[in-house]
Design a protein around this ligand. Structure first.
Ligand SMILES: [Zn+2]
Ligand SMILES: [Zn+2]
Length: 63
């Protein structure tokens, strides 16, 4: 069953490809790589955690 084996590999490759394009999204404000929630000092917010952008990160908590 070579064809079946090939299809399974193809499916796995497709899933890996799609997951690479999954958007990162802030859990607080919902901004993404494509749509930053704010631009401070001429720079868009950045990721401080995989799902938390710099605008929503509490500066008091950052040591
Ligand atoms: Zn945010
Ligand atoms: Zn943001």
């Amino acid at each position: 069953m070579r064809m079946r084996h090939f299809l399974r590999r193809l499916q796995r490759a497709c899933l890996a490809f799609l997951s690479a394009f999954r958007e990162q999204k802030c859990r607080e404000c919902g901004c993404t790589d494509w749509l930053a929630c704010c631009i401070e000092f001429g720079e868009a917010c950045h990721w401080v955690e995989p799902d938390l952008c710099s605008a929503c990160a509490d500066p008091e908590e950052a040591d």
